[in-house]
Design a protein around this ligand. Structure first.
Ligand SMILES: Cc1cc2nc3c(=O)[nH]c(=O)nc-3n(C[C@H](O)[C@H](O)[C@H](O)COP(=O)(O)O)c2cc1C
Length: 201
């Protein structure tokens, strides 16, 4: 039994990252005994974390007040979903050089001391183990090589954040250069979908 978790985050309705990620997630979940859970961060946005969240996340679970438990309830739900998944497929369009704010809010909810990471003798240790993650990114320009490479805070950031909580087996599938016209966009989507076919085969 394999559990696939698809996380979409684009603010755009005609999202390339969501389309490619959905195709991949559907294919992975179509294998016998697999299940798909969809977390759409645009349709069901999370609240930005605040002072009460910052305090509650640092409070040992046996000392949490009932108010603090309710502050953490959305985060707890996301974590149940995350720990239950074997494979993550995360769709992220590039917004101002980084990830959509909806996805940043998700990261802020799932990076939890004592739950998804802890500090050991050798420094921070991720506690979300044994997952495979695919990050499907879309962006107007080209950032995988050339002069804009240093401005990519999208998949580079996501890999750091996922790695911090223990998700280190990560593949990036990129839809790049969609701002260079419809033909370029179709070509970029086609290349990403070809990689999806290969991954899901
Ligand atoms: C508000 C906004 C900001 C954007 N910022 C960038 C950017 O910094 N660099 C870039 O290459 N493309 C940028 N784009 C273009 C998107 O990355 C591109 O449309 C991509 O396809 C978005 O992903 P999606 O198709 O999954 O929505 C931006 C688009 C929007 C709407």
């Amino acid at each position: 039994m394999s559990q696939v978790l698809l996380i979409t985050s684009s603010p755009r309705l005609e999202s390339h990252s969501s389309r490619v990620a959905r195709t991949l997630a559907d294919k992975l979940a179509s294998h016998a005994g697999s299940n798909l859970t969809v977390r759409d961060l645009t349709r069901r946005p999370l609240q930005h974390i605040d002072d009460s969240f910052a305090a509650a996340r640092n409070t040992p679970s046996d000392l949490l007040t009932s108010t603090q438990k309710s502050v953490l309830s959305a985060s707890d739900e996301l974590l149940r979903e995350l720990f239950a998944a074997d494979t993550l497929v995360i769709a992220a369009g590039m917004i101002n050089f980084g990830i959509p704010s909806s996805l940043k809010a998700y990261i802020d909810h799932v990076v939890r001391p004592g739950v998804t990471f802890r500090y050991g003798e050798k420094g921070p240790e991720g506690m979300v183990r044994g997952k495979k993650a695919y990050i499907v990114v879309a962006r107007g320009g080209i950032y995988s090589q050339g002069p804009m490479q240093a401005y990519n805070f999208q998949d580079t950031y996501l890999k750091v954040a996922l790695g911090f909580i223990g998700i280190t087996d990560v593949e990036v599938i990129a839809v790049e250069g969609v701002a260079f016209g419809p033909e370029a966009a179709e070509k970029a989507v086609g290349a990403a979908l070809a990689r999806v076919e290969a991954v899901a085969a």
